[in-house]
Design a protein around this ligand. Structure first.
Ligand SMILES: [Zn+2]
Ligand SMILES: [Zn+2]
Length: 335
């Protein structure tokens, strides 16, 4: 099989290697589609991912495929099942694992980050990490279970009430998933702030009530103090500023994006006090993968306007570059 190994230093090498065999409790998956995540882009540039990376390793943690072999003791899945992977494997022994906050685990392993993942023709994973997809679901949609699961954790944290006005700052793949999940959570008004016209168009297609260009002063003015819940999905200072500007009194702000490690923002202390703001962070997908798969299998989410580009395994640098560019929303690699 072919596998695109990340060697560090912005370099991939496609290697020919043996198809893995499953150990007890493991399944082998023929990987069919794997999303390029912002985390992959960070790792490519030498920044940390959700966990530390030691090259050479096969990246790719948003993927789906078909089970081709099952190890001893596997009863939940059979050869031929379509599955998607929850990449995060928790230690089960640390204070956080033992206290209901497994996502904050002190020694988390992640498929496609610390161990070989989806940018290869096959992968081997513990059966506990594989979730069964409907056979009718396109693999590239199944690959989106991981970002959906992460967004679900953010949505759980946001505490949207039916009837709320929700503002999504950023109309990339994550923002457009958040938009759909906010709608499913009962938001009455769905506002999107996004400078890129193509992404605003996708937001409207996916149910946004309004999509504004935050760089246009008049449009920006119209969104000030508008939202009960603001979900920030960009990760730079202007976007966080927008999140504060668009928050109504009493609002909850979820800072969901993955910023640069040294990113900082001057907190408007008086606003937090006078507007009684609640500011929350969200990290990965504790126990949300199952629900993500149920939403996908039930056809509750649409990825047609979100997945814009597809690349073969041999074009990893091009796939990463396209994901970083403004012409794409979500790039998928098809091994
Ligand atoms: Zn991801
Ligand atoms: Zn732990």
């Amino acid at each position: 099989m072919q596998a695109a190994y990340f060697l560090g230093n912005k370099t991939f090498e496609v290697r020919e290697c043996p198809i893995p065999t499953p150990g007890p409790g493991e399944v082998v998956i023929a990987n069919k589609a794997c999303g390029v995540c912002g985390t992959d882009v960070h790792i490519y540039h030498g920044e940390p991912g959700s966990a530390d990376v030691t090259p050479p390793v096969v990246l790719g943690h948003e993927y789906a495929g078909e089970v081709t072999a099952v190890g001893e003791g596997v009863t939940a899945l059979r050869v031929g099942d379509h599955v998607t992977v929850d990449p995060n494997i928790y230690c089960g022994q640390c204070e956080y694992c033992q206290n209901g906050k497994k996502q904050l685990c002190e020694s988390m392993q992640a498929i496609g980050v610390t161990r070989d993942g989806g940018f290869a023709q096959y992968s081997v994973v513990p059966v506990s990490q594989a979730f069964k997809l409907s056979p009718d679901l396109p693999y590239e949609w199944g690959a989106m279970a991981e970002p959906v699961a992460c967004c679900l954790h953010g949505i759980d944290i946001a505490g949207i009430r039916p009837g709320d006005t929700v503002c999504i700052v950023g109309g990339g793949a994550i923002g457009l998933i958040m938009l759909q999940l906010s709608k499913l959570s009962g938001a009455a008004q769905l506002l999107v702030s996004e400078p890129n016209a193509k992404r605003r168009e996708a937001a409207l297609q996916l149910g946004a009530s309004r999509a504004i260009d935050p760089t246009d002063p008049q449009q920006r003015q119209s969104m000030l103090s508008a939202a009960d819940v603001v979900i920030e999905c960009v990760g730079n200072t202007p976007a966080v500023q927008s999140a504060f500007d668009f928050a109504k009194k009493g609002a909850t702000l979820v800072l969901f994006s993955v910023p640069k490690v040294d990113a900082a923002f001057p907190l408007p202390l008086f606003d937090v006090y006078k507007k009684e703001l609640t500011i929350k962070g969200s990290f990965v997908n504790p126990d949300t993968h199952y629900r993500a798969v149920q939403l996908l299998n039930a056809g509750k989410l649409d990825f047609a306007p979100i997945i814009t580009h597809r690349f073969p395994l041999t074009q990893m640098p091009e796939a990463i570059a396209e994901q970083m560019g403004s012409g794409s929303i979500k790039v998928v690699v098809c091994p």
